[in-house]
Write a protein that binds this ligand. Structure first.
Ligand code: B12
Ligand code: SF4
Ligand code: SF4
Length: 278
Protein backbone atom coordinates (compact mmCIF):
# COMPACT_ATOMS: atom_id res chain seq x y z
CA UNK A 1 0.00 0.00 0.00
CA UNK A 2 1.27 3.50 -0.83
CA UNK A 3 1.29 5.79 2.22
CA UNK A 4 2.66 9.23 2.95
CA UNK A 5 5.40 7.44 4.93
CA UNK A 6 6.41 5.21 2.01
CA UNK A 7 6.49 8.19 -0.40
CA UNK A 8 8.52 10.25 2.10
CA UNK A 9 11.01 7.40 2.60
CA UNK A 10 11.51 6.89 -1.16
CA UNK A 11 11.81 10.62 -1.83
CA UNK A 12 14.24 11.22 1.05
CA UNK A 13 16.43 8.34 -0.10
CA UNK A 14 16.46 9.74 -3.66
CA UNK A 15 17.37 13.24 -2.39
CA UNK A 16 20.08 11.88 -0.06
CA UNK A 17 21.70 9.53 -2.53
CA UNK A 18 21.76 11.61 -5.72
CA UNK A 19 25.18 13.07 -6.57
CA UNK A 20 23.28 16.13 -7.90
CA UNK A 21 22.31 17.08 -4.34
CA UNK A 22 25.98 17.77 -3.59
CA UNK A 23 28.32 20.45 -4.94
CA UNK A 24 30.56 18.85 -7.55
CA UNK A 25 34.10 19.88 -8.40
CA UNK A 26 33.00 21.22 -11.77
CA UNK A 27 30.34 23.55 -10.33
CA UNK A 28 32.18 24.69 -7.17
CA UNK A 29 33.09 28.38 -6.95
CA UNK A 30 35.66 27.55 -4.28
CA UNK A 31 37.28 24.18 -3.39
CA UNK A 32 35.79 24.31 0.17
CA UNK A 33 32.29 24.03 -1.31
CA UNK A 34 32.93 20.64 -2.94
CA UNK A 35 30.75 17.89 -1.47
CA UNK A 36 28.40 20.28 0.39
CA UNK A 37 24.75 19.21 0.44
CA UNK A 38 22.02 21.43 -1.12
CA UNK A 39 18.73 20.02 0.28
CA UNK A 40 17.73 18.31 3.52
CA UNK A 41 15.13 15.51 3.51
CA UNK A 42 11.79 16.73 2.08
CA UNK A 43 8.40 16.88 3.81
CA UNK A 44 5.20 15.90 2.00
CA UNK A 45 1.45 16.59 2.04
CA UNK A 46 -1.29 15.03 -0.09
CA UNK A 47 -4.33 16.86 -1.50
CA UNK A 48 -7.44 15.59 -3.25
CA UNK A 49 -7.84 16.34 -6.98
CA UNK A 50 -11.54 16.90 -6.18
CA UNK A 51 -10.85 19.72 -3.69
CA UNK A 52 -13.07 22.68 -4.77
CA UNK A 53 -10.19 25.05 -4.01
CA UNK A 54 -8.40 24.09 -7.28
CA UNK A 55 -11.07 25.96 -9.29
CA UNK A 56 -10.68 29.00 -7.02
CA UNK A 57 -7.07 29.28 -8.20
CA UNK A 58 -8.35 30.52 -11.57
CA UNK A 59 -9.63 33.75 -10.02
CA UNK A 60 -7.52 36.75 -11.14
CA UNK A 61 -6.54 37.60 -7.56
CA UNK A 62 -5.38 34.01 -6.82
CA UNK A 63 -3.22 32.48 -9.62
CA UNK A 64 -5.36 33.52 -12.61
CA UNK A 65 -6.86 32.03 -15.76
CA UNK A 66 -3.56 30.40 -16.79
CA UNK A 67 -3.79 27.95 -13.87
CA UNK A 68 -4.79 24.38 -14.78
CA UNK A 69 -6.45 22.18 -12.17
CA UNK A 70 -5.06 18.67 -11.47
CA UNK A 71 -7.76 17.08 -13.65
CA UNK A 72 -6.92 19.46 -16.50
CA UNK A 73 -3.35 18.14 -16.32
CA UNK A 74 -4.28 14.48 -15.76
CA UNK A 75 -8.00 13.70 -16.31
CA UNK A 76 -7.86 10.49 -14.23
CA UNK A 77 -5.96 12.29 -11.43
CA UNK A 78 -7.19 11.49 -7.90
CA UNK A 79 -4.59 13.11 -5.65
CA UNK A 80 -1.72 15.61 -5.65
CA UNK A 81 1.52 14.90 -3.78
CA UNK A 82 3.30 18.14 -2.89
CA UNK A 83 6.75 18.28 -1.29
CA UNK A 84 8.98 20.91 0.27
CA UNK A 85 12.72 20.36 0.13
CA UNK A 86 14.35 22.58 2.82
CA UNK A 87 17.72 24.06 1.94
CA UNK A 88 20.65 22.65 3.90
CA UNK A 89 22.49 24.64 6.58
CA UNK A 90 25.28 25.18 4.04
CA UNK A 91 22.84 27.00 1.72
CA UNK A 92 20.95 28.94 4.42
CA UNK A 93 23.88 29.95 6.67
CA UNK A 94 25.94 30.99 3.63
CA UNK A 95 23.21 33.41 2.54
CA UNK A 96 23.19 35.07 5.97
CA UNK A 97 26.77 36.30 5.85
CA UNK A 98 25.94 39.54 4.04
CA UNK A 99 22.77 41.65 3.62
CA UNK A 100 23.29 41.90 -0.14
CA UNK A 101 25.91 39.45 -1.41
CA UNK A 102 24.35 36.11 -2.26
CA UNK A 103 25.96 33.03 -0.70
CA UNK A 104 27.57 30.47 -3.01
CA UNK A 105 25.23 27.77 -1.70
CA UNK A 106 22.16 29.86 -2.53
CA UNK A 107 23.47 30.41 -6.08
CA UNK A 108 24.02 26.66 -6.59
CA UNK A 109 20.63 25.90 -5.03
CA UNK A 110 18.82 28.38 -7.30
CA UNK A 111 20.31 27.07 -10.54
CA UNK A 112 21.69 23.52 -10.24
CA UNK A 113 19.37 22.92 -7.25
CA UNK A 114 16.24 23.73 -9.28
CA UNK A 115 17.44 21.45 -12.11
CA UNK A 116 17.91 18.75 -9.48
CA UNK A 117 14.29 19.15 -8.32
CA UNK A 118 13.10 18.61 -11.91
CA UNK A 119 15.07 15.36 -11.79
CA UNK A 120 13.39 14.54 -8.46
CA UNK A 121 9.96 15.21 -9.98
CA UNK A 122 10.78 12.69 -12.72
CA UNK A 123 12.02 10.27 -10.04
CA UNK A 124 8.60 10.51 -8.34
CA UNK A 125 6.84 9.84 -11.67
CA UNK A 126 8.94 6.71 -12.13
CA UNK A 127 8.58 5.56 -8.51
CA UNK A 128 4.77 5.74 -8.75
CA UNK A 129 4.88 4.00 -12.12
CA UNK A 130 6.85 1.14 -10.50
CA UNK A 131 3.88 0.82 -8.08
CA UNK A 132 1.37 0.70 -10.96
CA UNK A 133 0.30 4.34 -10.51
CA UNK A 134 0.33 7.02 -13.23
CA UNK A 135 2.00 10.21 -12.01
CA UNK A 136 2.61 13.52 -13.76
CA UNK A 137 4.70 16.47 -12.66
CA UNK A 138 3.28 19.57 -14.40
CA UNK A 139 6.38 21.64 -13.58
CA UNK A 140 8.68 19.06 -15.17
CA UNK A 141 6.45 18.62 -18.23
CA UNK A 142 6.85 20.42 -21.55
CA UNK A 143 3.46 22.05 -21.00
CA UNK A 144 4.55 24.06 -17.96
CA UNK A 145 4.26 27.78 -18.70
CA UNK A 146 5.15 30.84 -16.67
CA UNK A 147 5.31 34.55 -17.32
CA UNK A 148 7.25 37.29 -15.53
CA UNK A 149 6.51 40.84 -16.79
CA UNK A 150 3.21 41.18 -18.72
CA UNK A 151 3.62 40.32 -22.39
CA UNK A 152 7.09 38.78 -21.90
CA UNK A 153 6.06 35.24 -22.85
CA UNK A 154 5.37 34.49 -26.55
CA UNK A 155 3.59 31.26 -25.62
CA UNK A 156 0.87 33.01 -23.59
CA UNK A 157 -1.96 34.59 -25.58
CA UNK A 158 -3.30 36.84 -22.77
CA UNK A 159 -0.68 39.60 -22.68
CA UNK A 160 -2.18 41.14 -19.54
CA UNK A 161 -1.00 38.26 -17.32
CA UNK A 162 2.13 38.82 -15.23
CA UNK A 163 4.16 36.91 -12.63
CA UNK A 164 2.13 33.76 -12.76
CA UNK A 165 2.15 30.21 -14.12
CA UNK A 166 -0.13 27.34 -15.08
CA UNK A 167 1.04 25.33 -12.03
CA UNK A 168 2.05 27.46 -9.06
CA UNK A 169 3.87 25.13 -6.65
CA UNK A 170 3.16 27.36 -3.62
CA UNK A 171 -0.57 27.37 -4.26
CA UNK A 172 -0.46 23.61 -4.82
CA UNK A 173 1.39 23.19 -1.52
CA UNK A 174 -1.11 25.49 0.23
CA UNK A 175 -4.07 23.39 -0.97
CA UNK A 176 -2.33 20.12 -0.07
CA UNK A 177 -1.74 21.31 3.52
CA UNK A 178 2.02 22.06 3.52
CA UNK A 179 1.82 25.66 4.69
CA UNK A 180 0.60 29.24 4.27
CA UNK A 181 1.94 32.35 2.58
CA UNK A 182 4.00 35.02 4.31
CA UNK A 183 4.27 38.78 3.84
CA UNK A 184 7.25 38.02 1.57
CA UNK A 185 4.91 35.75 -0.45
CA UNK A 186 7.15 32.78 0.29
CA UNK A 187 5.21 29.75 1.52
CA UNK A 188 5.97 28.98 5.18
CA UNK A 189 5.98 25.27 6.07
CA UNK A 190 6.67 23.53 9.39
CA UNK A 191 10.28 23.35 8.15
CA UNK A 192 10.23 27.05 7.34
CA UNK A 193 10.33 29.09 4.15
CA UNK A 194 13.93 28.50 2.99
CA UNK A 195 13.62 25.78 0.39
CA UNK A 196 11.86 24.83 -2.80
CA UNK A 197 8.70 22.94 -3.81
CA UNK A 198 7.72 20.24 -6.29
CA UNK A 199 4.70 18.03 -6.90
CA UNK A 200 3.09 15.23 -8.89
CA UNK A 201 -0.54 14.44 -9.73
CA UNK A 202 -1.34 10.73 -9.31
CA UNK A 203 -4.25 8.51 -10.34
CA UNK A 204 -4.29 6.62 -6.99
CA UNK A 205 -6.73 7.30 -4.11
CA UNK A 206 -4.16 8.15 -1.40
CA UNK A 207 -5.00 9.28 2.12
CA UNK A 208 -5.43 13.07 2.04
CA UNK A 209 -3.57 15.27 4.56
CA UNK A 210 -5.86 17.52 6.64
CA UNK A 211 -5.21 21.24 5.97
CA UNK A 212 -4.23 22.53 9.42
CA UNK A 213 -5.14 26.18 8.63
CA UNK A 214 -7.91 28.22 7.04
CA UNK A 215 -6.32 31.59 6.22
CA UNK A 216 -3.87 32.40 3.40
CA UNK A 217 -1.36 34.17 5.71
CA UNK A 218 -2.09 32.21 8.91
CA UNK A 219 1.50 31.19 9.75
CA UNK A 220 2.95 34.70 9.15
CA UNK A 221 3.26 36.97 12.20
CA UNK A 222 3.65 40.10 10.01
CA UNK A 223 6.79 40.83 12.05
CA UNK A 224 8.27 42.63 9.03
CA UNK A 225 11.75 41.08 9.30
CA UNK A 226 11.63 40.19 5.60
CA UNK A 227 11.34 43.92 4.78
CA UNK A 228 15.18 44.00 4.96
CA UNK A 229 14.80 43.03 1.27
CA UNK A 230 17.67 44.67 -0.67
CA UNK A 231 15.32 45.27 -3.61
CA UNK A 232 12.93 47.25 -1.37
CA UNK A 233 10.16 45.02 -2.69
CA UNK A 234 8.38 44.32 0.64
CA UNK A 235 6.25 46.66 2.75
CA UNK A 236 3.71 45.98 5.48
CA UNK A 237 1.08 48.00 3.62
CA UNK A 238 1.50 46.46 0.16
CA UNK A 239 3.11 43.07 0.82
CA UNK A 240 5.68 41.99 -1.76
CA UNK A 241 5.97 43.52 -5.22
CA UNK A 242 6.87 40.89 -7.80
CA UNK A 243 7.89 43.68 -10.19
CA UNK A 244 10.48 45.15 -7.79
CA UNK A 245 11.71 41.72 -6.71
CA UNK A 246 12.11 40.56 -10.29
CA UNK A 247 13.91 43.78 -11.30
CA UNK A 248 16.33 43.32 -8.39
CA UNK A 249 16.90 39.61 -9.07
CA UNK A 250 17.65 40.54 -12.71
CA UNK A 251 20.56 42.69 -11.52
CA UNK A 252 21.86 39.58 -9.75
CA UNK A 253 21.76 37.73 -13.10
CA UNK A 254 24.43 40.16 -14.31
CA UNK A 255 26.46 40.11 -11.11
CA UNK A 256 26.58 36.34 -10.62
CA UNK A 257 26.29 35.13 -14.24
CA UNK A 258 25.76 32.37 -15.19
CA UNK A 259 23.94 31.93 -11.84
CA UNK A 260 21.64 34.30 -9.95
CA UNK A 261 19.49 34.49 -6.82
CA UNK A 262 18.72 36.59 -3.75
CA UNK A 263 16.43 35.01 -1.17
CA UNK A 264 17.31 37.52 1.59
CA UNK A 265 13.61 37.45 2.57
CA UNK A 266 14.01 33.76 3.43
CA UNK A 267 17.05 33.92 5.72
CA UNK A 268 17.60 35.68 9.05
CA UNK A 269 13.82 35.75 9.51
CA UNK A 270 11.68 34.05 12.21
CA UNK A 271 10.00 31.89 9.54
CA UNK A 272 13.33 30.68 8.09
CA UNK A 273 13.30 27.20 9.65
CA UNK A 274 9.77 26.77 11.00
CA UNK A 275 6.40 28.35 11.71
CA UNK A 276 7.16 31.56 13.66
CA UNK A 277 5.77 31.92 17.17
CA UNK A 278 2.96 34.45 17.46
C1 B12 B 1 7.20 33.54 -11.34
C2 B12 B 1 8.08 33.13 -10.17
C3 B12 B 1 8.86 34.11 -9.57
C4 B12 B 1 8.76 35.58 -9.96
C5 B12 B 1 7.49 36.19 -9.37
C6 B12 B 1 7.00 35.59 -8.05
C7 B12 B 1 5.57 35.01 -8.08
N1 B12 B 1 4.66 35.45 -8.88
O1 B12 B 1 5.29 34.13 -7.39
C8 B12 B 1 10.07 36.18 -9.35
C9 B12 B 1 11.13 36.24 -10.41
C10 B12 B 1 9.92 37.56 -8.72
C11 B12 B 1 10.45 35.10 -8.33
C12 B12 B 1 11.36 35.32 -7.32
C13 B12 B 1 11.74 34.37 -6.39
N2 B12 B 1 11.36 33.07 -6.35
CO1 B12 B 1 10.10 32.31 -7.62
N3 B12 B 1 8.91 31.40 -8.77
C14 B12 B 1 8.11 31.79 -9.72
C15 B12 B 1 7.34 30.58 -10.28
C16 B12 B 1 8.04 30.11 -11.57
C17 B12 B 1 5.85 30.78 -10.55
C18 B12 B 1 5.10 31.45 -9.41
C19 B12 B 1 3.63 31.61 -9.68
O2 B12 B 1 3.02 30.92 -10.47
N4 B12 B 1 3.02 32.56 -8.96
C20 B12 B 1 1.61 32.82 -9.06
C21 B12 B 1 1.26 34.14 -8.40
C22 B12 B 1 -0.19 34.44 -8.65
O3 B12 B 1 1.51 34.01 -7.01
P1 B12 B 1 1.36 35.19 -5.92
O4 B12 B 1 1.07 36.46 -6.57
O5 B12 B 1 2.57 35.18 -5.05
O6 B12 B 1 0.13 34.66 -5.05
C23 B12 B 1 -0.63 35.46 -4.18
C24 B12 B 1 -2.09 35.41 -4.57
O7 B12 B 1 -2.43 34.11 -5.01
C25 B12 B 1 -2.76 35.75 -3.25
N5 B12 B 1 -4.15 35.29 -3.18
C26 B12 B 1 -5.22 36.13 -3.42
N6 B12 B 1 -6.35 35.45 -3.27
C27 B12 B 1 -6.05 34.17 -2.92
C28 B12 B 1 -6.88 33.08 -2.61
C29 B12 B 1 -6.30 31.83 -2.28
C30 B12 B 1 -7.19 30.68 -1.92
C31 B12 B 1 -4.89 31.68 -2.25
C32 B12 B 1 -4.25 30.39 -1.89
C33 B12 B 1 -4.06 32.81 -2.56
C34 B12 B 1 -4.65 34.05 -2.88
O8 B12 B 1 -1.95 35.09 -2.26
C35 B12 B 1 -0.64 34.82 -2.79
C36 B12 B 1 0.42 35.38 -1.85
O9 B12 B 1 0.27 36.76 -1.68
C37 B12 B 1 7.50 29.54 -9.10
C38 B12 B 1 7.60 28.06 -9.57
C39 B12 B 1 6.22 27.42 -9.64
N7 B12 B 1 5.97 26.58 -10.58
O10 B12 B 1 5.38 27.69 -8.80
C40 B12 B 1 8.77 30.01 -8.37
C41 B12 B 1 8.78 30.02 -6.84
C42 B12 B 1 7.55 30.74 -6.34
N8 B12 B 1 9.94 30.83 -6.53
C43 B12 B 1 10.59 30.45 -5.46
C44 B12 B 1 11.74 31.10 -4.93
C45 B12 B 1 12.55 30.33 -3.90
C46 B12 B 1 12.07 32.39 -5.38
C47 B12 B 1 13.20 33.27 -4.87
C48 B12 B 1 13.62 33.20 -3.42
C49 B12 B 1 14.43 32.96 -5.76
C50 B12 B 1 15.67 33.77 -5.55
N9 B12 B 1 15.74 34.88 -6.23
O11 B12 B 1 16.58 33.38 -4.88
C51 B12 B 1 12.63 34.69 -5.22
C52 B12 B 1 11.81 35.28 -4.06
C53 B12 B 1 10.35 35.04 -4.15
C54 B12 B 1 9.50 35.46 -3.00
N10 B12 B 1 9.82 36.42 -2.14
O12 B12 B 1 8.42 34.86 -2.89
C55 B12 B 1 9.96 29.20 -4.86
C56 B12 B 1 9.15 29.52 -3.59
C57 B12 B 1 9.71 28.92 -2.31
C58 B12 B 1 8.91 29.33 -1.11
N11 B12 B 1 9.35 28.92 0.07
O13 B12 B 1 7.87 29.94 -1.19
C59 B12 B 1 9.07 28.67 -6.07
C60 B12 B 1 7.79 27.96 -5.69
C61 B12 B 1 9.99 27.76 -6.91
C62 B12 B 1 10.11 26.34 -6.32
N12 B12 B 1 10.21 25.34 -7.17
O14 B12 B 1 10.11 26.11 -5.14
N13 B12 B 1 9.79 33.93 -8.58
S1 SF4 C 1 9.71 37.48 8.16
FE1 SF4 C 1 7.90 37.83 9.47
S2 SF4 C 1 6.54 39.08 8.16
FE2 SF4 C 1 8.06 38.19 6.79
S3 SF4 C 1 7.09 36.31 6.02
FE3 SF4 C 1 8.33 35.72 7.82
S4 SF4 C 1 6.91 35.81 9.58
FE4 SF4 C 1 5.95 36.92 7.87
S1 SF4 D 1 14.15 37.54 -3.32
FE1 SF4 D 1 15.36 39.35 -2.70
S2 SF4 D 1 14.49 41.03 -3.90
FE2 SF4 D 1 12.98 39.37 -3.96
S3 SF4 D 1 11.60 39.80 -2.25
FE3 SF4 D 1 13.15 38.38 -1.47
S4 SF4 D 1 14.73 39.72 -0.57
FE4 SF4 D 1 13.45 41.00 -1.90
Amino acid sequence: MITIESITAALSEAVRSSEHNYVSESMALTPEDVGKRLYDDPIIAIGSADDPMWEEMKAPQAVGTLFRTPKEWLPQGRCVVSYFAPFSDFVVEGNKQDRVEVGNGWLYARVEGQAFLTEINHFLEQWFESQGVKALSPYASEEFKYVFEAGSCDDIADKSLSFTSNWSERHVAFICGLGTFGLSKGLITRRGVAGRFGSVIVDAPLEVTPRPYTEIYEYCTMCGACMRCPGEAITLAEGKSHTLCSAYVNTMRVKYAPRFGCGKCQVNVPCERGIPKK
